[in-house]
Ligand binder design. Structure first.
Ligand code: PBG
Length: 331
């Protein structure tokens, strides 16, 4: 008996019936090669020190960071991002440790590139881990100084490039920094050092656990709203990206990630350049906290959020989940 009601001919559910057909019609896929793994480096030998607000993430001594690089290479993760945990004694108001060629990230970069040359190393260019004021720029009378900071960033970028860093990630949001860094790299023979600019970086509450991890939490005076972007704005993000590309950025980043997927999608659609998102510390911590309480399936949340970045048009994602997800994907 045929039912009388007008049953549908178009049935999207036909293509959702079984795993194989879902695989066949999947528009986006996450792979280990999409991942950049951020790692925190500290002094010492054979140390892995947990970061309380980032469960599962440790601060690693340089030798252990090399082991992590070997692990990443084995898992098919193309690139690491290194961040230093800086002790208070190495911080001052000029952030001079930032351009010490023997600083932690420079030593770690050299060790990693020597042991695992096939893996990429990305380093932040910003003064905050080294600045006694906790800001990404130099501070005078409570004001973040743009052009004085550019001079410091140029020096920092050059020692990092000399250490063998493959990609510099200016994350400071000072005006004009990409142009200054690109010009210095060209002048000093680092034509092949790429720049991934933190082009649209928002003044976000989600950076909290990262600031713990690098030891900046106690140091930071005030907020970063005079240089990081207002979460209310998207057109401005496009202007930031346009400026950074014009100044010589090779790749651009949106940060944080999940709350700013609209920005990722607009940036990719508008410019068509290699576009990355940083699933930052607070995003990671939220998932971990919910999973630890049994409120979410952490593994599924990890995969779903990372796939969302691909759907939004990102070419890759910086994520603390990188080794876990790569293992899961069978990399
Ligand atoms: C520093 C920097 C920050 C992050 C990366 N580089 C923090 C900040 O701007 O305060 C955050 C990364 C994260 O939260 O995981 N310029």
């Amino acid at each position: 008996m045929h039912p009388i009601a007008p049953f549908p001919h178009a049935r999207p559910r036909r293509l959702r019936r079984t795993p194989w057909i879902r695989d066949l019609v999947a528009e986006h896929r996450l792979t280990a090669s999409d991942l950049i793994w951020p790692i925190f480096v500290r002094e010492g030998t054979d140390v892995a020190e947990p970061v309380a607000s980032l469960p599962g993430v440790d601060r690693l001594s340089v030798d252990r960071a090399v082991r992590a690089a070997e692990e990443a290479a084995g898992l098919g993760i193309p690139c690491l991002a290194l961040f230093p945990y800086t002790e208070a004694k190495d911080k001052n108001r000029e952030a001079t440790e930032a351009w010490n060629p023997e600083n932690l990230v420079c030593r770690a970069t050299r060790a990693i590139k020597a042991a695992v040359p096939e893996i990429g190393v990305l380093l932040d260019v910003a003064l905050d881990p080294y600045n006694a004021d906790g800001h990404d720029g130099l501070v005078r009378d409570g004001v973040i100084l743009n052009d004085e900071t550019l001079v410091a960033l140029e020096r920092m970028a050059l020692v990092q490039a000399a250490a063998g860093c493959d990609i510099l990630g200016p994350s400071d949001m000072m005006d004009g920094r990409i142009g200054v860094i690109r010009a210095a790299l060209e002048r000093d023979g680092f034509q092949d050092t790429a720049i991934m600019s933190y082009a649209a970086k928002y003044a976000s509450c989600f950076y909290g656990p990262f600031r713990d991890a690098v030891g900046a939490t106690g140091a930071l005076k005030g907020d970063k709203k005079s240089y990081q972007m207002d979460p209310a704005n998207t057109d401005e993000a496009l202007r930031e990206v346009a400026a950074d590309l014009a100044e010589g950025a090779d790749m651009v980043m949106v940060k944080p990630g999940l709350p700013y997927l609209d920005v990722c999608a607009r940036v990719k659609a508008e410019f068509g350049v290699p576009t990355y998102a940083y699933q930052i510390s607070g995003e990671y911590a939220m998932i971990e906290a919910a999973a630890a309480n049994g409120w979410l399936d952490g593994e599924k949340a990890m995969l779903e959020t990372l796939l969302a970045f691909k759907r939004a048009g990102c070419d890759g994602i910086l994520t603390y989940f990188a080794p876990r997800v790569a293992r899961l994907l069978g990399g």
